[in-house]
Design a protein around this ligand. Structure first.
Ligand code: CS2
Ligand code: MG
Length: 424
């Protein structure tokens, strides 16, 4: 190893038990498992017998990240000091040469989170304490209500309110569209990656623009103004269409309107902002601060959704959150079922610390997934609460995980009725 390190084996100033020798990385393994859906998990082990986990799941592209980790990352970790979290992050980011992108940043994230997990275990501290301690006693979360039509969706909002949720995302079918975004099949949790090759769905914007305001008019009529309501457009509108929808939804006071238009061109959000005060959220498909710098510094959004697993891990998302705080933009991490409980655990510790927290998405993992990934976070009073287990509080049952081999699955695509590709 070229970098200078203190005499191997001698206790460092910062922690008597964790000598540099104990912290030496001796193994890095990639676990691909499909307990109901595919997950990729990186496990890093130190010579002193401590292991850390990082989520590396990228829905529909899981094997790309698994290969990146196995072929290009793991060999570079062996022999390094697990305590040098920032240096390893910089090595993997600058050393990749081909910078950024969802695969690279998800792989870096998995390493980063696993190393923060190890640090917590070595320090005997939960992750939120390592970051700076609690800013709140629990992370406000939102559940996903959906229905084939407006009344079914509103009924499901009611169910989540009864379960104690203070915030609910509502999505409903659109007349004439067979697979509108976010609508689960008959009572099953919503899982978009349902087939080996992308399912082709059809989209119709005018019908959607007519339906969405009616959905929220009904939900407010059924459930009043207390509950926080959210909605995900899922990248499907042009900027002016998004501006119209944001304005049409103003009477229903949404907590946020998400992914109203694709954000490749961040300036597009200026058009939405000119026409509406509906709060805007974006970022689950981003993987670095550079994807949202203009959006944040021009205050074109209110919540940034880029999450730990796809955004380079805790070390990068901490920078992003601090930058966002300068512009009073708050976090609203992506938290769909295709982000594993390992990501949820790390995200919740981050949510517990971060001063400019907004809300945390919380789609329930299956019982099986929760068995594969035992964890200590729990839902209470509309919030998710982390435990005080050192690290991020999530582990993996490798034997159980091995019983569920990878299943080839990809996300759907969307086409307009004339056959042209659109954004799913
Ligand atoms: C959605 C996600 O949760 C959300 O906000 O955008 O369900 C998204 O469709 C999936 O994570 C894609 O894998
Ligand atoms: Mg979304």
């Amino acid at each position: 190893m070229s970098h200078v390190e203190s005499e191997a084996g001698t206790p460092d100033r910062w922690h008597a038990q964790a000598s540099t020798r104990d912290r030496e990385i001796v193994a890095a393994s990639v676990i691909v498992s499909c307990p109901g859906r595919n997950f990729v998990t990186l496990k890093i082990q130190t010579r002193g017998g401590v292991h850390g986990l990082g989520d590396a799941t990228l829905n529909g592209r899981e094997l790309a990240v698994a290969a990146y980790l196995r072929e290009h990352v793991a060999p570079n970790l062996i022999g390094r000091d697990a305590g040098r979290i920032e240096d390893i992050w910089q090595f993997l980011y600058r050393g990749a040469y081909w910078r950024r992108g969802p695969v690279t940043m998800t792989a870096i994230a998995a390493v980063d989170v696993a190393l923060w997990d190890i640090l917590g275990k070595l320090a005997g501290m939960p992750l939120y304490q390592l970051l700076g301690g609690r800013s709140r006693d629990g992370a406000l979360v939102y559940a996903h209500a959906n229905g084939r039509d407006i009344s079914e969706a509103s009924d499901e909002v009611g169910k989540y309110i009864e379960q104690g949720f203070l915030a609910v995302r509502a999505q409903c079918g659109v007349p004439g569209i067979n697979k509108a975004y976010g609508i689960s099949t008959a009572g099953k949790p919503y899982e978009p990656a349902e087939s080996e090759l992308p399912a082709e769905t059809v989209w119709n914007t005018p019908r959607y623009l007519e339906t969405a305001p009616k959905l929220f008019e009904r939900v407010r009529a059924d459930h009043g103004n207390q509950v926080e309501l959210l909605h995900d457009v899922h990248h499907r509108l042009t900027p002016i269409e998004a501006a119209r929808l944001a304005r049409d939804l103003e009477p229903y006071r949404l907590f946020w309107l998400e992914d109203a238009t694709p954000a490749d061109n961040q300036k597009c959000f200026e058009l939405i902002r000119q026409h509406s005060v509906t709060p805007l959220a974006v970022g689950e498909v981003f993987n670095s601060i550079w994807d949202c710098k203009h959006l944040i510094e021009q205050q074109l959004i209110d919540y940034i959704r880029t999450t730990i697993v796809h955004g380079g891990g805790i070390s990068h998302i901490r920078r992003l959150a601090d930058f966002a705080a300068l512009y009073q933009v708050r976090t609203g991490f992506h938290g769909a079922t295709d982000l594993s409980p390992v990501c949820m655990g790390a995200a919740l510790h981050f949510d517990t610390w971060v001063p400019n927290f907004g809300i945390q998405e919380y789609m329930f993992h299956s019982e099986l997934a929760n068995e594969v990934f035992p964890h200590d976070y729990h839902f209470r009073d509309g919030r998710l609460h982390v435990g005080d287990t050192p690290g991020h509080g999530v582990d993996i049952d490798e034997q159980l995980a091995a019983r569920f081999p990878y299943l080839p699955r990809q996300l759907p695509v969307a086409r307009l009725e004339d056959g042209a590709m659109w954004d799913w």
